[in-house]
Design a protein around this ligand. Structure first.
Ligand code: BV8
Length: 256
């Protein structure tokens, strides 16, 4: 299906000449799959909480059952949705460049479900809610006794179990963060897709690219703190703009 969206020849040339492309994604890339972003009012049951009030070790210590149940609700929600055309367009981009680095702030695992990571591992800056770890020793736990107690307890040390995600006030996995900044400073083109560009240190990644005179493309229906500094700003939903970009670059790619 021919897209009516037009991109500047200058931007398309940037992609055609790029050897290494980096894409940073945020919750906006999953929005069209039906996963609420952090900025949207949390839907229904969770409307009365702000994510920052739930996604922190303090919140977990204060009410472990509430935090565990929020993540269980998100796991169930993610399990019930599918990757959207924006995720699939990123899978196509991964096939098309000699080097491609996908860095995500999302913990929903939808990039991997779409097929991203086949050639280059997806860098998960903030973990993945499909993995569970012990709150005491941080070790991943694959299975545990479901005895009705929530959160469940670690089979090794009986500590409380928690999702393997990075909470506010927690350090990001150093290997992932180092790889992300290295890619941002060494690539030919940096895309920031579906993120409010507010949460550090992820929000500094596009500025790492700009500091190295690397062109930055922002894809977001709304303005962000990055918009005034980005080389190109494509205002619209990722689920439409990313497939249109693939179509414009490789017309024969069909319904990518
Ligand atoms: C740390 C995992 C060191 C959990 C997340 C003051 C100043 C600066 C920094 C700080 C500060 N005070 C504290 C800090 C540090 C803090 C921070 O940055 N706070 C912010 C709020 C100011 N950062 C941290 O704590 C980090 N750790 O710094 O460690 C340290 C150690 C000890 C003590 C001190 C410091 C850890 C941050 C990671 C937190 N975990 N997620 C979970 O998911 O439950 S963050 C979470 O929110 C996301 O992962 C993401 O990173 C972040 C923001 O979400 P976005 O992805 O951007 O989504 P958002 O909803 O915000 O925006 C959606 C966007 O999509 C919008 O722009 C919208 O327009 C757009 N959109 C909507 N629809 C579409 C779309 N775009 C495209 N298409 C569409 N269809």
């Amino acid at each position: 299906m021919e897209s009516s969206i037009r991109f500047s020849e200058q931007l398309l040339q940037q992609f055609r000449q790029a050897r290494h492309v980096v894409v940073l994604t945020g919750a906006g890339v999953s929005a069209e799959s039906g996963v609420p972003t952090f900025r949207d009012a949390q839907t229904g049951l969770w409307a009365r909480f702000r994510p920052e009030e739930l996604a922190s070790p303090e919140a977990f210590r204060r009410d472990p059952r509430l935090v565990w149940e929020w993540y269980a609700w998100r796991r169930d929600l993610v399990a019930s949705v599918s990757p959207n055309p924006g995720h699939l367009a990123l899978v196509e981009l991964e096939k098309r460049f000699p080097v491609f680095t996908l860095i995500t702030q999302n913990v929903d695992g939808l990039h991997q479900r779409a097929g991203s990571g086949a050639r280059f591992p997806v860098i998960e800056l903030h973990g993945n809610l499909q993995r569970t770890k012990c709150f005491e020793d941080g070790q991943i736990v694959e299975s545990w006794d479901e005895n009705g107690e929530l959160p469940p307890r670690c089979p090794r040390c009986s500590g409380l179990l928690r999702p393997d995600v990075v909470w506010f006030g927690e350090l990001l996995p150093s290997e992932a963060l180092d790889a992300a900044f290295a890619a941002a400073g060494a690539c030919d083109l940096f895309l920031s897709v579906g993120t409010s560009a507010l949460v550090e240190p992820a929000a500094s990644l596009p500025f790492r690219a700009l500091a190295a005179q690397i062109p930055v493309v922002e894809i977001n229906p709304n303005p962000t703190p990055l918009s005034s500094l980005a080389t190109y700003v494509l205002s619209g939903p990722a689920g439409e703009l990313l497939p249109a970009l693939v179509q414009a670059l490789w017309p024969a790619s069909g319904d990518a």
